[in-house]
Design a protein around this ligand. Structure first.
Ligand SMILES: NC(=O)c1ccc[n+]([C@@H]2O[C@H](COP(=O)([O-])OP(=O)(O)OC[C@H]3O[C@@H](n4cnc5c(N)ncnc54)[C@H](O)[C@@H]3O)[C@@H](O)[C@H]2O)c1
Length: 325
C-alpha cells in the first residue's frame, strides 16, 4: 500500500516534532507556515516537500490525502473545517475547537464526508496511560471512585491561554478516557497573578453521572514539577507519574474495608505495591501511527467524540471560572 500523503500547517515549537514523525511514518509532501523564516528553515530541512505560506495550497493539492494542523488554538476550527470541506482527513492539535458547537460541526463534516478527524491528545498514546486504562478496564481496582491530576511546575508562563486550556486539556483527555461518562457538574476556581485575565493557577472539580469525581490542580506557579494522575478504586489504587523514570505506574493493593465483626467501622488494608514494566516507545510516534491506521483501516469515530467531550468539559470549566461560582 502506498504511504499516506500528508500536508502540515504550523511548523513552530510543536509542529517541528510532528513533521519529524510524519516524515518517518508517512509521505510528508507539503509544509505550510505563515512565517517566512520558518518556511526558509523547513525548505532546507525537507527538500522533497513543497513549502507554502498559503493554507489553501494544501487543500487544492491533489497529492495531499491528510492535513496535519499545528497552528495556534484559535485557528484550529477554521482550518480543520476548510480541510474537511476539501475532502482531506484531519489530524488537529488539541483542542480542535474552542466551543463544543464548533467541534460538533467538525464531527458532522467528518461523518458526512467519510473522513477521519483526530484530535492530538498526546497523553492517550503514552504507554503509561495505556497501561492505566488496561488496569481500570480489567476492574483490578474495583469501582473507580476518584481520579485526580497534578500538573504543576514553575513555568512555562503563558500569556495567550490560561493554565486550564494549556495544561488541563491533557488531564481532561485522560480522565474522560478512563471514566467514559457524562459530566454532570463542573466547577473551577483560579487566579491570574502574573498576566491580567490569564489564570496561572486553576483548581477544577468534576462529577460524573454515576457519582465518580475528579479533580485537577493546574499551575505554572509552583515549586513542584508534577505530572501525575491518581486513580482511587474501591479495591485498589493506581498512580501514573510521568516524572518517574522506571516506575511510571504503581498499583497499591490498599483500600478501606468494613469487616463483618466490627459493625459500622471502617478499617484500612495496605498490601503490596506493584510497578508493571512499560514499553519505552515514543508517544508522539505512536500517536502519528494511530492516525495513519485510522485512515487506512477505517474507524468508528471514537477519537473525535472523545475530543468533543474534552471541549465540552473545557467550556463548562471556563464558564465556572468566569462566573466565580
Ligand atoms: N500535544 C502536545 O503536547 C503539544 C505541546 C505543545 C503545543 N501543542 C499544540 O500545538 C499547537 C502549536 O503550538 P506551538 O507551541 O507549536 O506554537 P508556535 O507558536 O510555536 O507555532 C505555531 C506556528 O503556526 C504558524 N501559523 C499561525 N497561523 C497560521 C496559519 N493560519 N497558517 C499557517 N501557519 C500558521 C506560526 O507562524 C507558527 O510558526 C497548539 O495547538 C498547541 O496547543 C501540543
Amino acid at each position: 500500500m502506498s504511504r499516506l500523503r500528508v500536508g502540515q500547517a504550523g511548523l513552530g515549537y510543536w509542529g517541528r516534532n510532528l513533521a519529524r514523525n510524519f516524515d518517518e511514518v508517512a509521505d510528508l509532501r507539503w509544509l505550510c507556515d505563515a512565517s517566512e523564516e520558518r518556511r526558509a528553515e523547513f525548505t532546507e530541512r525537507y527538500p522533497n516537500a513543497s513549502v507554502t505560506g498559503d493554507f489553501g495550497d494544501l487543500l487544492t493539492a491533489e497529492d495531499v490525502d491528510a492535513v496535519v494542523i499545528a497552528t495556534p488554538v484559535p485557528t484550529h476550527y477554521p482550518l480543520a473545517k476548510a480541510a474537511l470541506e476539501a475532502g482531506k482527513h484531519v489530524f488537529v492539535e488539541k483542542p480542535p475547537a474552542m466551543r463544543a458547537a464548533e467541534m460538533e460541526d467538525l464531527i458532522g463534516l467528518a461523518e458526512v464526508n467519510g473522513l477521519v478527524l483526530m484530535p492530538g491528545h498526546l497523553l492517550l498514546y503514552h504507554p503509561g496511560v495505556q497501561k492505566l486504562k488496561e488496569i481500570v478496564d480489567s476492574r483490578e481496582l474495583g469501582d473507580v471512585l476518584v481520579v485526580y491530576g497534578n500538573r504543576q511546575n514553575l513555568g512555562k508562563i503563558r500569556k495567550d491561554e490560561n493554565a486550564l486550556w494549556s495544561l488541563g486539556v491533557h488531564d481532561l483527555s485522560v480522565i474522560q478516557y478512563l471514566i467514559e461518562e457524562e459530566i454532570v457538574e463542573a466547577a473551577a476556581h483560579g487566579h491570574a497573578f502574573l498576566n491580567a485575565g490569564v489564570e496561572d493557577v486553576v483548581f477544577c472539580y468534576l462529577r460524573f453521572a454515576s457519582g465518580k469525581i475528579a479533580h485537577m490542580h493546574l499551575s505554572w506557579l509552583d515549586p513542584h514539577k508534577m505530572r501525575r494522575l491518581t486513580v482511587v478504586g474501591r479495591d485498589k489504587m493506581a498512580v501514573f507519574d510521568d516524572m518517574e523514570l522506571d516506575r511510571k505506574i504503581t498499583v497499591y493493593d490498599a483500600a478501606p474495608e468494613e469487616p463483618s465483626d466490627t459493625y459500622g467501622e471502617w478499617r484500612t488494608r495496605t498490601g503490596d505495591t506493584f510497578s508493571p514494566k512499560l514499553s519505552n516507545a515514543e508517544p508522539l510516534k505512536l500517536e502519528c501511527q494511530h492516525f495513519i491506521r485510522l485512515v487506512e483501516e477505517g474507524w468508528d469515530g471514537r477519537e473525535m467524540r472523545d475530543g468533543l467531550e474534552v471541549v465540552r468539559a473545557l467550556e463548562l470549566l471556563t464558564e465556572s471560572l468566569r462566573n466565580g461560582s
